[in-house]
Design a protein. Sequence first.
Length: 147
Amino acid sequence: MKLESLPKSKETKKKKIVGRGPGSGMGKTATHGEKGQKARSGVSISAWFQGGQSPLYRRLPKRGFRNTRFETKYACINLSDLNTYFNDGDVVTPEILKERGIVKKQLSGIKILANGKLEKKLTVKAQRFSQTAISAIEAAGGKTEVI
């Protein structure tokens, strides 16, 4: 097999060159067509642009109640994080988690999830716990306290 007998792949496909005269096959208007806004330079029309008329999402009335302003979001911590950042017999509180940089924002509180293994005896104080996290902490000899 010789180099010239190899089939052409996508990598060797020639780049489309536009606006280089009529001989190129894509000259004169450079594949932009004749006149109009899209033929002008510097145009960028988004998919939902409706030619300057008030867009559909602004014309339709907003109905119903959205709870996004009032929903409770918890900063989630896994058991594997507690295992790496704390020693045996430590007390874990939201203030300590924020102080050590494990949690950036406390949000509405802290929730402990059961992802990973906990091999240390810890006293964990948080706003929420998953059921498997409670059983894993108590199986390791620790305690859970809901704040």
